[in-house]
Design a protein around this ligand. Structure first.
Ligand SMILES: Cc1cc2nc3c(=O)[nH]c(=O)nc-3n(C[C@H](O)[C@H](O)[C@H](O)COP(=O)(O)OP(=O)(O)OC[C@H]3O[C@@H](n4cnc5c(N)ncnc54)[C@H](O)[C@@H]3O)c2cc1C
Length: 562
């Protein structure tokens, strides 16, 4: 397509997920004509949630997925009939696992913001200062003070349920009332305070509206109904997704054009102008290559895809990928360590039970190596905690008695389960690169993923298992089990890095405003920009960093600097 008005915008955003939605919202709000390029199909809030209100008996297989349906979905995770509409087909984007890696993706408007568990914990300076203090990776070019106002900005708009816990290692968010935690979680919290005063079990902070404010009503969103059917798509818009929140907001400005079925191939770099001028896509339906042009480009295709796009964006000036003078593009890929799991039961609390449902649970912020290095591994892990009281019905009969028993189930015992959320230390050898031989159906080189666990990760899992057992024993729990699931890297879903931030262009790709050091009108603000991984669920940080970078880009455009 010639460089004409039809294909020219002020800004292009690649990807419409959690971070891309924020880029679109900020750029459109400030008057920039913005094109969002999204490889997947369109998903309109409410209209395209086909199973949102279905009862179990309305599904052909009561929720399970048949062998026939699984055929082209071998790589999909937790396949269920209720959420089959989000599952990614294997032939959409094959990739090469040089070592075992699970790559969880969501390819549709909204990306993984429709699939996530909505847990949103802020980072503290103990996280931002980690690399500098512990001597791994490179120093972050930003600190908590740079992020604080942007965390608040994003939280106010998204809506976060939680408490103000006053913990230095987990700065307070702007919150609305937290979801209630269960009896056993409350009991465990008290037990921990007695035996481990530095371990604070809190209600996890999560992106659900529990007390709608004007800004949420303006978005057309309402209060969480505790249905816990979130991953089908929420018709109330109660949890934050791009589809319920940022994308419709940006559309309302009249400045947003969203183009689904647009698989971004590469970013166009103009050697003469010394900057990026646009984006090449392959139309998902016609397989035609089309170019779009803009003054500023935001790359938000999710971490590994953002790496792939930059690696494929070669030019005379950048033969090894856009902005890749340092040779580090695609290196220092990192993720989270969710390998450890534990469970137990409890004979006490017979006078308590649970009532209703909750879409959230409890969270034990990192307690290892926070204030000083004390273990034989670097960094630490947070722990997710959920527990409840089971029910059962005697079904050994038929007729009225069976119906009676099913309607009045008896209470069982209490159970509790935990999962570790460990910080992985980025290593240069963990990398992605493009295949020289194999391409996908769009003619784009396949991504080779070469990542493996380190000794640091193994030690952390061992410590998690030991500590969880100890904490359970002290609480008087029984039937204690802890295991290393040996799940492959990527299973935790939080892949990060490859285009890391830093002050020095020789050791990093992005500056403190997420601009490529060597191509200032390209911003990368998804997980690819992460210099280190923290132990917190990362998406809140991607969203805040995106809002911050987008507002900076707007100012720079006004000054004529881009
Ligand atoms: C089951 C599950 C639970 C999770 N729970 C949590 C949680 O509790 N807390 C948390 O913080 N995080 C959680 N996450 C992770 C969270 O969803 C992601 O971190 C977040 O969505 C990442 O935002 P993003 O914008 O980088 O990518 P995404 O939201 O994945 O969006 C990327 C978009 O880019 C598009 N795209 C990719 N490649 C191209 C291309 N070449 N051209 C055009 N478009 C492209 C994709 O189709 C997609 O729409 C969870 C994820 C899953 C799957």
């Amino acid at each position: 397509m010639p460089e004409d008005k039809k294909g020219t915008y002020d800004a292009i955003v690649i990807g419409s997920g959690a971070s891309g939605g924020w880029a679109a919202k900020e750029l459109c709000d400030k008057g920039l004509k913005t094109l969002v390029l999204e490889r997947g199909r369109n998903v309109e809030h409410v209209k395209d949630y086909p199973t949102a209100s279905k009862a179990p008996w309305e599904f052909d297989h009561r929720g399970t997925v048949s062998i026939e349906q699984r055929k082209n979905l071998q790589g999909a995770r937790n396949l269920r009939e209720e959420t089959l509409h989000w599952a990614l087909k294997d032939d959409e984007q094959p990739f090469i696992q040089e070592k075992p890696f699970r790559w969880v993706r969501g390819y549709h408007v909204g990306g993984k913001s429709l699939l996530w568990a909505r847990q949103t914990q802020r980072w503290s300076d103990y996280d931002f200062e980690g690399p500098a203090r512990d001597g791994f990776a490179v120093d972050w070019p930003i600190r908590y003070k740079d992020m604080e106002e942007w965390y608040s900005y994003v939280e106010r708009f998204a809506g976060i349920a939680g408490n103000r816990d006053g913990l230095p290692e987990l700065p307070d968010s702007i919150v609305m009332p937290a979801f209630e935690t269960s009896g056993i979680e409350n009991y465990f919290k008290e037990s921990l305070l007695k035996d481990f005063p530095d371990r604070h079990l809190i209600a996890a902070r999560c992106a659900h509206i529990t007390d709608p404010q004007e800004i949420h009503v303006e978005q057309g969103r309402s209060k969480c109904q505790n249905q816990t059917m979130c991953n089908r798509g929420c018709i109330y818009g109660a949890y934050f997704s791009s589809n319920a929140s940022t994308i419709p907001w940006a559309l309302k400005t009249g400045n947003l054009t969203i183009r689904p079925h647009s698989v971004v191939h590469s970013i166009i770099y103009d050697d003469k102008k010394g900057k990026a001028t646009g984006v090449r896509i392959i139309d998902g339906t016609t397989k035609e290559m089309i170019e779009f042009y803009a003054k500023v480009i935001f790359v938000n295709a999710s971490a590994l895809n953002s790496n792939a796009i930059l690696l494929n964006s070669t030019s005379k000036r950048f033969p090894n990928g856009l902005g890749n003078d340092s040779g580090l593009l695609g290196k220092f890929i990192s993720w989270h360590n969710y390998r450890g799991k534990a469970s137990a039961t409890f004979d006490g609390l017979k006078d308590k039970k649970t009532d209703g449902r909750s879409p959230s649970y409890s969270y034990l912020p990192r307690f290892r190596n926070v204030f000083k290095q004390e273990m034989d591994f670097l960094r630490g892990y947070a722990i997710g905690v959920a527990g409840g009281r089971g029910t059962f019905s005697n079904t050994d009969m038929i007729g009225d008695q069976l119906r009676e028993n099913l309607l009045k189930p008896e209470l069982g015992g209490w159970y509790i389960s935990t999962w570790m959320m460990g910080e992985c230390v980025p290593l240069e050898k963990n990398h992605v690169r493009l295949s020289k031989d194999l391409k996908d159906k769009y003619g784009i080189p396949q991504l080779i993923v070469s990542c493996e666990w380190s000794e640091n990760d193994d030690k952390m899992v061992t410590d998690y298992m030991e500590q969880t057992k100890l904490m359970f024993e002290k609480a008087g729990f029984i039937n204690i089990k802890a295991e290393d699931t040996q799940s492959p890297p990527g299973s935790d879903i939080h892949e990060m890095g490859g285009v890391r931030m830093g002050d020095d262009a020789k050791t990093s790709l992005l500056n403190k405003w997420n601009q490529l050091h060597h191509c200032k009108n390209v911003f990368v603000t998804d997980g690819a920009c992460m210099t280190s991984t923290g132990s917190q669920n990362p998406t809140l940080t991607y969203m805040a960093i995106t809002a911050r970078a987008a507002n900076y880009a707007i100012e720079e455009l006004k000054k004529g600097n881009l």
